[in-house]
Every structure is written in structure tokens, then in C-alpha cells.
Design a binder for this molecule. Sequence first.
Ligand code: SF4
Length: 353
Amino acid sequence: MNLHELLHKDELTREEIVYLLSLKNEDDKNLLYTRADEVRQFYCYDEVHLRGIIEISNYCDQNCFYCGLREANLTLTRYRMSPEEVIATAQMITNLGIFTIVLQSGEDHGFDTDLIAYIIYSIKQQTNAAITLSLGERGFDEYRAWKIAGADRYLLKHETANPKLYSLYHNKQKLSDRIEHLKFLKNIGYQIGSGNMIGLPMQTVEDIADDILLCKEFDLDMAAFGPFIPSPNTPYQSKNSGSVELTLNTMAVARLILKNVHIPATTALATLDEDGRIKGLNAGANIIMPDFTPNPYREQYQIYPDRKCLKDDPRKCRSCLQLQLESIGRRVSSSRGDSLKLTPNEIINWSFK
Ligand code: SF4
């Protein structure tokens, strides 16, 4: 079977996925990206959905080896935004015409169940935005309370489908727990997002194939694949960054396999490659997640250093992205960008919640 035929197969085996992920020849990669772009166009059209991120706290109880927010990093100045600051920032984002708010933090139990529920409820009262939570592994009762308060989606990356690597990267957490949390979130009605990190130490291309297959098994609404970037004051500070090429190959193969799923062109990809966002959007992505965390906090959310757009004025972000998207014939969506798996009736119901 030649590459063209392989790229048009309905189902790909693990071996075929590994082969596609490993493509290095420019012509072969261009064929892969072009096919992924066709599949993206079929399922997502030309709209790009913007998700406005607010990093509400950089406290974290965990010690993931790759992350600058890890509890053991005592060099980081920690912050926790007030509910009023979070709600005002959410309003500013929706005033810019962006209708998904992502509330993101480390695993910070200082933001307790009620406080998060209050923030969710207040944002839902004052805006018509969808709310995505990206708060790490929390209690099942908390997930339920936040769903009732109005949260729509939960983003919880599985990071790696290899249980041995998972145990190596995470001090106290287990892959089986993360999978249970994702299943629970899906069962109680969240639209769920997960994904991995490309280029983590000891990861193989077979591991990445398994990550994509795990995303398929979860039947995700959003799947994110971003490159690893080493962060100072972490055990992996002197490791190499993940490869931009392998990240793009992964996004493209994921689009072929997962089909009607949201895939972001990540900020990490844009940090490693000046044109990373555009390259990602041309290789299967349909989402961008700009950071709207206000100063002085945004510089203190150091998962990894020198993030793209860190020093830019977030209020100029939408128009800047719009220009970039128009240059490749894409446009900023004015909708909430709900799951591509919902029926039209379900979308109406979600929008009025
Ligand atoms: S990856 Fe998440 S849970 Fe792990 S240390 Fe960083 S913020 Fe905490």
C-alpha cells in the first residue's frame, strides 16, 4: 500500500500509526498534513475557535517532573486570583467576542469546591460563554458540584498512555486514576478533553501511537498534543524540548483517526516555532487557546519559560490572531465551539444552559 492509500484508509493499525508518525521526508509529511487538513475541513469547516484561558492560580499540590508549577519549586512566586478578578477577566474575554472561558490552575485545593462553583455560577450569570475547567484531578463530588454550577467542559490531559512512564513522571498519581476521572467526567455530562505531551524523556513513538489510540477509546471532544519544553527548577530542566516535526505529525495523524474532535494548535508549539500556530492549523488543528491572564499573574504561571505572547497585551490578542487566520483563509468563529459530536438539538440545549 502506498502512502496516498494509507492516508485514505478508514482505520489505521498501531503499526501504520507508528509509520506515519515517523515520516521525515518533506514530500511525505506534506501529503500527511494535506490529508489531515482535508479531514479537518470536512468535519470542522474553516472556523477556528478561540478559547480564552485565565490561569486562576499557580499553586499546585503535585510534583510532576516536567512542570514548573510543581510544589517543590520554591523559586516560583505563587498567586491565587480573587473571584472578582476572575469574573471581570471572563467578562473582558467575552466582550472581545470569545465565547469559551478556560479556568486553569495547578491542583490547588485553596480554591475549594464552593469558591470555584461561585466563580462558575457568576460567569454563567453575566456572560453567554461556555466554561472549560482545567484544574487537575479533583474530587468526584467537586466535579459534580461544578457541573451543576454551570461548567460545560473539563480538560484533563492523560500525558502518556504508558503506565510505567506515567508513574515516573508523576510522584503520587497513577494512570489508572486519571482514566477513572476522565470516565467519570464524561459520564456526568462534561464535554471532555485530554491529550499528551510530545518528547517527554524516555517516550517512544510507539507510546505516542498508544496515546492517540487512548484518545480514540475515550471518544474525546477535544484532544491536545503539545511539545514538551523543559522548565528551570524541575528534574527535567536539562532535557531536550520535544520535536516540532513529531508534534505536527502527531496532530495530523490524530486528525485522521479521531476525525470529529477539536484539536488545538498549542501555545507550546508556537513557543518552539515562530510559525507553529499556522503550521498546526495547516496540519489538522482548529482551535487556538490564547492566554488572557492579567498582569502581574501571567508571568508567574511558569509551566515552562518564555511562553509565546507572554509580554503582549491580551486585549490585542483577538485582532492579532484574526489577521494570522485570514492570511491562511480561515476565520475566527463567533460560536461557543461546542463538541463536534453533539446533534444540532443538543447544541441548542448546551447553549441555553
Ligand atoms: S502538570 Fe499540573 S498537576 Fe502537575 S505539577 Fe504542573 S500544574 Fe501541578
